[in-house]
Design a binder for this molecule. Structure first.
Ligand SMILES: [Zn+2]
Length: 346
């Protein structure tokens, strides 16, 4: 019989949303103030897979990074996701791909979802590599819908400035190949099949390479931490949980996520994420039962030491859970000014 579950380490809050998390400045700006330090890093995972990350440091900030995966076979290649599209980030990536991997013929850029940390590099990469951009038709529409919403971003002026550039680039990224559920593209002898897995976004695709047992999980499953699910209409917690179950059914051997390192313990990872969401639901219901009547109070109880800049994102997470609990008939929610009034269903 298994004993008590191991005690969890103290949780740090990572919100991997459209943008991800922001490391707060830890030191005073140095002499390098205003100077951007951009670095590309490639990691060979196996004979068919390379992980490429571009990190940008400005002042003492580290902007969040996202993964771009090079999947290759017999001289042909696809990039899964396109990373950030500001000129410096994209150029560092293009230099790597065209110089270090000049033997590869890049055919496709399948993008997992429309958020700009995955999509905004698409235009420049497409042009430099003469590769076709592919994504789910629903997220293609969202990609090309102008938005000013910063709901899931940390409150930060520098991030806002960057986000404007990334948003503009995402809007300008053409989609050549729509990939709905089950549709696929070929890379050498490999099949890259779209698995529509909504929740994080409505048109989120994972990409499954059956020949290798690799699943590109986008932002549904991350190498570190848990993914941010926005409340409807942008996100959908119920769909997200269903998508996790669907991803589990594929029994892939390796997850290549949108952020963080590859995951080999795939079944355990899915279980951990499902358990995490169930535990959160239970916590929320318990708080409402104890007399917490609005989402601001519940958020403060769930995340007592949250940095100011992450409060908005935390409330979004909570609302995504509340919307699912409403759908299950467990709570009712009423808008009250800026808050959501919450009550248990009697
Ligand atoms: Zn992301």
């Amino acid at each position: 019989m298994p004993g008590d579950p191991p005690r969890r380490k103290k949780r740090t809050h990572h919100f991997e949303g459209p943008l991800g998390w922001l490391r707060k400045p830890t030191a005073k700006p140095s002499a390098a103030e205003g100077k951007e330090v951009v670095e590309g890093r490639a990691t060979v995972i196996n004979e068919h897979l390379i992980q490429h990350i571009v990190s940008v440091k400005l002042f003492t900030r580290s902007f969040p990074t996202s993964n771009v995966w090079v999947l290759h076979d017999r001289g042909e290649a696809a990039l899964i996701d396109a990373g950030f599209g500001d000129e410096t980030s994209a150029q560092v990536r293009i230099d790597y791909l065209t110089k270090e991997l000049s033997n590869l013929d890049f055919k496709y850029i399948p993008i997992t979802h429309h958020h700009f940390d995955h999509s905004s590099g698409g235009r420049r990469l497409r042009q430099a590599l003469r590769a076709e951009v592919a994504m789910h038709p629903i997220d293609e529409v969202l990609l090309h819908t102008p938005t000013e919403s910063n709901e899931d971003l940390p409150d930060d002026a520098e991030i806002d400035k960057r986000a404007r550039i990334w948003r503009a680039e995402a809007l300008e990224t053409p989609v050549d190949v729509p990939l709905a559920d089950g549709e696929s593209v070929r890379v050498g002898g490999l099949t890259v099949r779209a698995v529509h897995t909504p929740g994080h976004t409505a048109g989120h695709n994972c990409y499954f390479v059956e020949e290798l047992g690799i699943l590109f999980t986008g932002d549904n499953i991350l190498g570190i931490g848990t993914s941010a699910i926005a409340p409807p209409p942008a996100g959908d917690m119920e769909q997200y949980i269903q998508s996790l179950l669907r991803m589990r059914e594929l029994q892939s051997k390796l997850f290549a996520p949108g952020h963080g390192p590859v995951v080999t313990a795939t079944a355990a990872k899915v279980q951990e994420l499902i358990d995490h969401r169930a535990a959160r639901d239970a916590q929320i219901l318990a708080l409402v039962d104890r007399g917490y009547t609005n989402d601001r109070q519940i958020r403060n109880a769930l995340y007592p030491e949250l940095q100011k800049g992450l409060r908005r994102a935390a409330r979004g997470q909570l609302r995504a859970h509340l919307a699912r609990l409403v759908g299950q008939g467990k709570v009712t929610v009423e808008e009250e000014g800026k808050d959501w009034k919450v009550a248990l269903t009697r």
